[in-house]
Design a protein around this ligand. Structure first.
Ligand code: ZN
Ligand code: ZN
Length: 264
C-alpha cells in the first residue's frame, strides 16, 4: 500500500484536469468547459493552484455530496465574477450554474478556506522568490529553510494529519475500485477466450425453416453458409441429401447440391 500511494498521488496530480471533483466526485460526467475568457487560468496557473486546494469536506467524511463540478471551472467562474464585477446571476452560461459556484465559494469562505488558500498561495510565491515561507519565522536557520523549500517543492499533499489520513483512505478505496474493474475485465477477457475455444463445431449441413404450421424446410445449406437464415436446424448428411432430392431448394451461395453431388 505504501509503495502504491506515491504513484496514485502522481496519477492524481499529473493529469491537467485532475481536480478532486474530477477524480473522486462526478465532475468527469460533464463535458469539459472550453476556456475562452482572459480570466480563465492557463494550464500552468492551474497546475500551480490545484495542489493548494483544500480537500473538500465530503472527502473527509464531513458530509455533503460529492461535487459535480470541476474545481477549475468553479475557480475560473469566481475569477470571472471578480474581474468583471458581474452579479452572481449574470454568470455566463458556460460556467457551472451560478448557485453551485456561489455555494462552492461560500463554503470556502465560511470555513476560512479562502484565507487558507491565499496563505498557501502566498507561501508558494515567497518560496519562488527565495524567501522564508513563514513571514515571522525568523528563528529558522538557513539550513532548515533550504530543507523545507525542497520539501515543499515536491509536496503536493495536504498539510495536516486529518486530511492526509482521509486522503489515504480515499486512495485505498480508489485503488480497490480500480482493482475490481481490472479483475472484472480480466474475467471477461478470459471468458471470451474460453468461449472462442469451446465454441461448438459447425454442423456439416443445415436446413433453413419456413414460418407457419410445422415450420416446413425451405432451403438446404452447407453448415458454414453466411446466407442461411436464423430459423434453422442442423441436419446430418443423409437428411440434407433426402431433402434436396425431395425438392427442397438448394442455396445458390453454398451450393449444397453440388457438394452432395446430386445435380440434375
Ligand atoms: Zn476538474
Ligand atoms: Zn447457403
Amino acid at each position: 500500500m505504501n509503495e502504491v500511494l506515491p504513484q496514485l498521488n502522481e496519477l492524481l496530480f499529473s493529469s491537467v484536469e485532475g481536480c478532486l471533483a474530477h477524480v473522486y466526485g462526478n465532475a468527469a460526467d460533464r463535458p469539459e468547459r472550453q476556456r475562452r475568457y482572459p480570466t480563465d487560468m492557463t494550464d500552468a496557473e492551474w497546475a500551480e493552484v490545484r495542489p493548494l486546494l483544500p480537500v473538500p469536506g465530503w472527502m473527509r467524511g464531513r458530509g455533503g455530496r460529492p461535487e459535480g463540478y470541476c474545481h477549475r471551472a468553479l475557480l475560473d467562474a469566481i475569477r470571472y465574477l471578480v474581474d468583471n464585477g458581474v452579479k452572481w446571476r449574470a454568470m455566463p452560461a458556460d460556467f457551472p450554474p451560478w448557485d453551485r459556484t456561489y455555494a462552492f465559494f461560500r463554503r470556502w469562505r465560511d470555513h476560512a478556506l479562502v484565507r487558507e488558500f491565499h496563505d498557501r498561495l502566498r507561501a508558494r510565491v515567497r518560496e519562488r522568490l527565495g524567501r522564508d515561507a513563514q513571514p515571522t519565522a525568523g528563528v529558522i536557520d538557513s539550513q532548515s529553510v533550504k530543507g523545507s523549500r525542497i520539501g515543499n517543492m515536491f509536496d503536493d499533499l495536504p498539510p495536516d494529519l486529518a486530511r492526509l489520513l482521509t486522503l489515504r483512505v480515499w486512495h485505498a478505496m480508489w485503488l480497490q475500485r480500480i482493482d475490481t474493474k481490472i479483475a472484472a475485465l480480466q474475467k471477461r477477457d478470459a471468458e471470451q477466450e474460453q468461449g472462442r475455444t469451446n465454441r461448438p463445431q459447425e454442423p456439416d449441413w443445415i436446413v433453413e425453416l419456413g414460418i407457419g404450421n410445422g415450420r416446413p424446410p425451405i432451403e438446404v445449406h452447407a453448415g458454414n453458409c453466411y446466407a442461411a437464415g436464423k430459423r434453422r436446424r442442423p441436419v446430418p448428411r443423409d437428411e440434407a441429401r433426402r431433402l434436396l432430392t425431395s425438392g427442397v431448394r438448394a442455396c445458390t451461395h453454398c451450393k449444397p447440391d453440388a457438394q452432395l453431388r446430386i445435380l440434375d
